[in-house]
Ligand binder design. Structure first.
Ligand code: ADP
Ligand code: GN1
Ligand code: MG
Length: 354
């Protein structure tokens, strides 16, 4: 296969033994370039994930890698299943190539799969339990504070300001084709500060808790390992919960064009809520009870804003296969936001009963 990058040469920069057999693009992440490659030692085969960090998105790659090193070491110290960084030949946790790109390698975690679209309540439970447990295990991460790898990542009012600026510039002449979505965004702006206003405690959070960022056991369906650690940093636990509501309660694809299929399914919400609580081993404080139902709305709206902004800016941030994809993704998020909002009362009742 003709790959965009020379995976064999890059893998050669890491402390790995064996004959390089082949590599292929892997997964469906929107940010990094991910490959899976195989090494042979005699008749044994071992597989690895090779990733090029997107340095347009993560502008301080050293900070990202330092966070990942600390977080994976902490998890391993607690005997939790975690990503492992393969050291480069010079002992660092990454290799910086001649073009200035940052690469890292993790062992491929076998007998697991990452699911793009949730398929059952049991899956929502398992994924949410893994993310909840991840938060719990990182509660006592020793100082210093982790780096903010993307400053203001979930600062929704700033996301709204960025959208407004992009609409004003309309550099790609796309605003006219997104008139309804722009109006929708502006009309619902009041939700943006709902978590920031609540004075919640800072925690170590994942910040990208979507379904395909947790590996599930292919045989049992249980959560095995939380992955995609680039955005692990100080944050609010409710953003993580909200992003699970967004990605684990909707049985349609993130960019589904048939909006009739995009709905929050209540049994999936209930399963994820129970899974999250089982994972954190936590009880719900009154503040959390109050805000859990709205957190899903907020993060879904925020991601809708981000997709819309990127569509208007010419698809500079999220990977797309065709030019309208970010607008499709935005429409699906806004539809899901409305569906979650419509079910707020039922969510409140369930949360109160738990
Ligand atoms: P992105 O930031 O682009 O989303 P991810 O780190 O999430 O990149 O990786 C993309 C995909 O690669 C994941 O959704 C998952 O399918 C797969 N993946 C990543 N790391 C591993 C691993 N160590 N073992 C197995 N699969 C992995
Ligand atoms: C990106 O990297 P990936 O594909 O797991 C994005 C998230 C979005 C998500 C939407 C660093 O996640 O914030 O919620 O797409 N990651 C970054 O699918 O922006
Ligand atoms: Mg990912």
């Amino acid at each position: 296969m003709n790959l965009k990058h020379d995976a064999r040469a890059i893998a050669g920069q890491f402390q790995l033994a064996g004959e390089f057999l082949q590599a292929e693009p892997f997964g469906s992440g929107h940010i990094n370039d991910t490959y899976r490659f195989t090494l042979a030692t005699g008749s044994a085969r071992s597989r690895f994930i090779l990733q090029r960090l997107n340095t347009a998105v993560f502008q301080n790659p050293a900070a990202v890698m330092e966070n990942i090193r600390r977080v994976t070491a902490h998890l391993a110290g607690k005997k939790a299943r975690a990503l492992t960084l393969i050291p480069a030949r010079d002992g660092k946790s990454f290799h910086c190539d001649a073009d200035g790109y940052w690469w890292r390698i993790f062992p491929f975690i076998e007998k697991t799969c990452a699911v793009d679209v949730v398929e059952s309540p049991a899956q929502a439970f398992a994924a949410a339990q893994a993310f909840g447990n991840f938060q719990k295990l990182l509660e006592d991460l020793p100082a210093p504070r982790l780096h903010e790898t993307i400053p203001d990542f979930h600062h929704t009012p700033k996301r709204m300001a960025a959208l407004e600026k992009t609409i004003g510039a309309d550099a790609q002449n796309r605003a006219a084709s997104a008139k309804a979505e722009i109006e929708f965004a502006l009309k619902n702006a009041a939700i943006c500060s709902v978590l920031l206003d609540a004075n919640l405690p800072e925690r170590v959070t994942h910040n990208d808790t979507k379904m395909n960022n947790v590996l599930l056991d292919t045989a049992t369906g249980e959560g095995v390992c939380v992955i995609d650690l680039d955005t692990v940093m100080p944050g609010l636990a409710l953003y993580d919960f909200g992003d699970m509501v967004r990605s684990m309660t909707n049985p349609a694809a993130e960019g589904e064009r048939d909006l009739a299929k995009v709905e929050m399914q209540f049994p999936l919400f209930e399963a994820l809520l129970r899974g999250y609580l089982a994972g954190t081993g936590d009880f719900l404080t009154p503040a959390k009870k109050n805000l859990l139902p709205v957190s899903g709305q907020l993060i879904t709206f925020e991601l809708g804003l981000r997709f819309l902004t990127d569509f208007l800016a010419g698809d500079a941030y999220f990977k797309v296969r065709q030019s309208g994809e970010n607008l499709d993704r935005c429409r699906a998020q806004f539809k899901l936001f409305e569906s979650i909002r419509r079910q707020e009362l039922a969510m409140r009742k369930l949360v109160a009963a738990i």
